[in-house]
Design a protein around this ligand. Structure first.
Ligand SMILES: [Zn+2]
Length: 272
């Protein structure tokens, strides 16, 4: 059962490996948009499609029998329709999420690691792995992955859900925050929840993870039980947080998100 995009336990995905018999290229623009079909789905072109012109094709990985590459073309290139990545991804209900998500993160990485962060020399592609290497001082950089905890807090038939000012009207979600350097994911759960809504939690259980390209995040999903404290929000990162009974929930995040997946899994358990 797929609970959220990218949570395909049965799917074999080989990052950075070219094992497929076919080759397909996802296309994004210089402004981080993705090329879509008239149905709003990401398009995958043959490697020799003339529309790709001479754009470099970056190896992304193999899913089933197809090796995926990513190419970036100028936004004004003829023959493409581009759309912002987030709404396209969130409405993707197929395993195409995996190469599109990975491809966008690789394109970002290449763009952001053209020069060495230590000595400023131009970096080159490593011949042995996915890294970029500095020919002058040998510093190696790899596609960044930033762990982020996302926590569903429960209290029997109630869920603690919160609103960020960025959310669409009326939507409430689980709480999330980046793991700080030197911190465990579990410490980050306690700290984030304390900072954002002022409550203490207990019995933290890992639920699963989701890679997410805004930007290079790895969402680590946890469920936790409320332990003590009343909700107190900071009014900046979180503008409102409430306990919601599972029979009277507000507008929730899209089906594709790990947040929604964890909420649905809890509802299914409570309702038996
Ligand atoms: Zn260097």
């Amino acid at each position: 059962m797929t609970r959220w995009l990218g949570d395909h336990h049965e799917i074999r995905w080989y990052p950075g490996e070219a094992l497929g018999r076919r080759r397909r290229v996802m296309v994004c623009s210089s402004s981080r948009e993705i090329a879509i079909s008239s149905e709003g789905q990401p398009i995958f072109l043959a490697e020799d499609d003339p529309k790709l012109q001479s754009a470099p094709q970056i190896l992304v990985g193999t899913l089933f029998d197809v090796t995926y590459y990513a190419a970036r073309v100028a936004v004004e290139t003829e023959g493409f329709e581009f759309a912002p990545l987030r709404p396209v991804l969130i409405n993707l209900a197929s395993e195409a999420f995996i190469p599109v998500n990975a491809g966008m993160q690789l394109i970002d990485f290449l763009e952001e690691h053209q020069f060495c962060g230590r000595c400023g020399a131009e970096m080159v592609q490593s011949t042995s792995d996915r890294g970029r290497v500095c020919p002058s001082c040998a510093l190696a950089s790899y596609p960044r992955v930033s762990p982020c905890v996302i926590v569903l807090i429960t209290r029997g038939d109630e869920l603690l859900l919160a609103r960020s000012p960025r959310f669409i009207d009326g939507m409430y979600s689980t709480l999330a925050g980046f793991v700080e350097a030197g911190e465990s994911a579990e410490h980050a759960c306690h700290r984030e929840i304390r900072e954002e809504v002022g409550v203490e939690i207990d019995r933290i259980q890992f639920q699963g993870s989701q890679s997410w390209p805004f930007k290079h995040s790895l969402m680590l999903g946890y469920r936790a039980e409320w332990k003590s404290g009343d909700i107190k929000v900071d009014g900046i990162e979180i503008i409102d947080a409430q306990w919601f009974n599972i029979e009277h929930l507000p507008k929730l995040p899209p089906q594709a998100s790990i947040s929604r997946g964890m909420i649905e899994a809890y509802l299914a358990e409570r309702r038996g």
